[in-house]
Design a protein around this ligand. Sequence first.
Ligand SMILES: Nc1nc2c(c(=O)[nH]1)N[C@H]1C(S)=C(S)[C@@H](COP(=O)(O)O)O[C@H]1N2
Ligand SMILES: [Mo]
Length: 253
Amino acid sequence: MSRIITRRGLLRRGALGAGGLLLAGCDPLDLSSPVPAFLRLGEAVAYHTHRLIGADSLAREYEAAEMSPDFRTNGNTMPTSAAYRAEMARGFAGWRLAVDGEVEKPGAYSLAELGNMPSRTQITRHDCVEGWSAIGQWTGVPLAVLLDQVRPKPGARYAVFHCADDFDGTAYYESIDMVDARHKQTILAYAMNGRTLPVGHGAPLRLRVERQLGYKQAKYVMRVEMVADLAAVRGGGGGFWEDTTGYDWYAGV
Ligand SMILES: Nc1nc2c(c(=O)[nH]1)N[C@H]1C(S)=C(S)[C@@H](COP(=O)(O)O)O[C@H]1N2
Ligand SMILES: [Mo]
């Protein structure tokens, strides 16, 4: 019997009964290769199911008439760091998004530069685990466009989003795999509902990774770091909530 080691212990492949039934007819449960080793059982099944349905499958998009009249904010709504506050006071004129790590050509991009790149606008539903949803319109630069500029090295397997805010001194961050990083609807948004992204919603730039839950939608993104492995990044779980509360890293909706 083959086994995979997860962050929370040992899984036997034969234990994946529900997933085997769900996906009967193909051989999807070879967990030896593409599933990140630290996924838990249910999460591994969800990850595999999503990847089988299709790396390119799109999250549902909505009509303008369906947009929520009031899209609430959640989590941090105003980073406290002095550097962030100083940039905010200047309308983020000196702010740069760093894109670095396992890449051939690290870059630092101003908001004007990001705004001049190809953009995508999408109206999607945001689902927070705390039990609320909202439909909003997002405009930004596809992460794939940035990746084509910095050229990830072959070993790069995850994009890590480092944020300006923290909870009691522990920085917020998130991460996604290369399939989601290159997905058509994965954008770094600088506008929401047709206006400059408000500070409460993550100005100057926030991630939209539309096939996953709310907490993956990192606000106040300062730096995108390409890495080979998530174990060495902060708590090793791939995100703030994953590290501190045990939320799933792969939070498919
Ligand atoms: N940097 C940062 N990103 C974050 C959070 C946060 O507190 N800090 N909260 C997350 C959660 S739980 C949700 S539901 C959404 C909320 O986004 P909104 O404020 O635009 O509604 O942002 C996510 N991204
Ligand atoms: Mo959330």
